[in-house]
Design a protein. Structure first.
Length: 427
């Protein structure tokens, strides 16, 4: 019996190691949007609201695709879901090539939606799979560790994107206005082409990963493997649908708020840092500084995984959200270097939020785990809606004042960590 348990644990450890590559690659790809936004904004002379359509189309895929992905996973295995997601994401990256050739902002948005659809299926499959590969009580810590590698991808991506994409000299709005139609077409073609090679490389990498995951053997998780009796011991009545769990519904709203806040800050960060009253950085340097924001999340996740061995996950979530509220309000009301480092430090607070919200919300769902995962991933649509709202605010009241949107989001997470996460009957 002991040898069998050891063998199973070894199998789980090997699978978790492979799954970390997925978390890394989708973090890398998602964070490249923060580089795409200022680049495409300059190339196509967009307003903040128009530029935020990048995030709207990307994260809208979570709303459209997540629930169907949950139902799909009831019919196929987690492994098949991962392979399919990688293949779809590869196609999305490939579409960047014709989008650049045609100099079409609309086709860029379509490519982003397809890419995000594949990543959505990956998340719906991989997040609950990680929580099930081990003991339920260590699910938050386990998911936080894998999310740390997601943060490694988000940390590297801005620096990589700044060197490859933003390094191409971008003309100001005034300079673009002076170009004739032929010069404008040539300029836009050269600028749009700056994204072709990077995304072509990502398409190839995703396809290779799909082949690898198709060939390897992953543990087939059954409900019996996750100690259903222990899950049911938390005074949660067995229900007919995941929607009947109050803590799941509130957790989905928490995911909506968290992803919206994180994406709001990341999307506006470069534009924010080049503002004269903030840091006055060049666009390339601002792109490099964005790595501090995402790097804080990476460091915090490694630390958080250790801290949650001693501190209840909900308490750490509440504490981090409170600090995030104060930092963002500092960014709204302050100026100079203090503002810059305050907003960059929010990344450290973000570190444990997604995996903790996810694991708290999905706790005790039993046979409804797959459906619950789909609902939670649908809530990632916050990354589509809230940046668009912040874009409208930025166009009307200024980019700095618009940061009040993520501050309100973190305030809700304080509530969920303090009270909303408690399992209870939905009224």
């Amino acid at each position: 019996m002991i040898n069998g348990a050891d063998t199973q644990q070894s199998s789980y450890s090997g699978s978790l190691s492979l799954l970390t590559t997925l978390f890394f690659i989708w973090g890398f790809i998602t964070c490249l949007n923060d580089i795409l936004i200022p680049h495409l904004k300059a190339v196509f002379t967009l307003s903040y609201t128009q530029a935020m359509l990048v995030q709207f189309c990307f994260f809208a895929a979570y709303f459209v695709v997540s629930v169907p992905s949950g139902y799909l996973l009831k019919k196929i295995s987690y492994k098949a879901g991962i392979v399919t997601g990688l293949a779809i994401a590869s196609i999305g990256c490939l579409l960047f090539y014709p989008a650049a050739n045609l100099q079409s902002y609309s086709l860029f948005l379509v490519a982003l939606f397809v890419l995000a659809s594949g990543i959505t299926l990956l998340q719906v499959a991989a997040n609950p799979y990680v929580t099930l590969l081990g003991k339920p009580e260590s699910a938050s810590s386990r998911l936080t560790i894998t999310q740390a590698f997601n943060s490694l991808g988000t940390t590297i991506a801005p620096y990589f994107g700044a060197l490859i994409v933003l390094a191409a000299a971008v003309k100001s709005t005034e300079e673009i206005a002076k170009l004739n139609s032929l010069e404008l077409s040539t300029y836009q073609s050269l600028q749009a082409a700056a994204v072709q090679i990077p995304y072509l490389g990502l398409s190839t990498l995703l396809l290779l990963m799909a082949i690898v995951f198709a060939l390897i053997k992953l543990p087939a998780i059954q409900l019996a493997d996750i100690e259903l009796d222990k899950l049911k011991s938390e005074s949660i009545l067995e229900k007919t649908s995941a929607w009947a769990y109050r803590h799941l519904v509130l957790g989905a709203l928490g995911i909506f708020m968290y992803v919206g806040a994180e994406v709001c800050i990341g999307s506006f960060l470069i534009s924010f840092l080049i503002e004269p009253q903030v840091a006055g950085l060049s666009i390339v340097d601002a792109g490099k500084y964005a790595s501090f924001y995402w790097g804080g999340a990476m460091v915090g996740r490694f630390l958080g995984a250790m801290i949650m061995q001693k501190v209840p996950a909900n308490k750490l979530l509440t504490f981090n959200a409170l600090i995030a509220v104060m930092l963002v309000l500092t960014a709204v009301m302050g100026s100079g270097q203090l503002v810059m480092w305050a907003v960059l430090a929010v990344g450290l607070c973000n570190s444990i939020m997604f995996p903790t919200l996810f694991s708290l919300a999905i706790n005790g769902l039993g046979k409804h785990t797959r459906q619950g995962s789909g609902i939670l991933c649908t809530a990632i649509v916050g990354g589509a809606i809230l940046p668009l709202i912040q874009g409208v605010f930025a166009d009307s009241v200024g980019i700095q004042n618009a940061f009040i949107i993520p501050a309100l989001c973190y305030a809700y997470i304080v509530f969920y960590g303090y009270k909303g996460h408690r399992p209870a009957l939905k009224v």
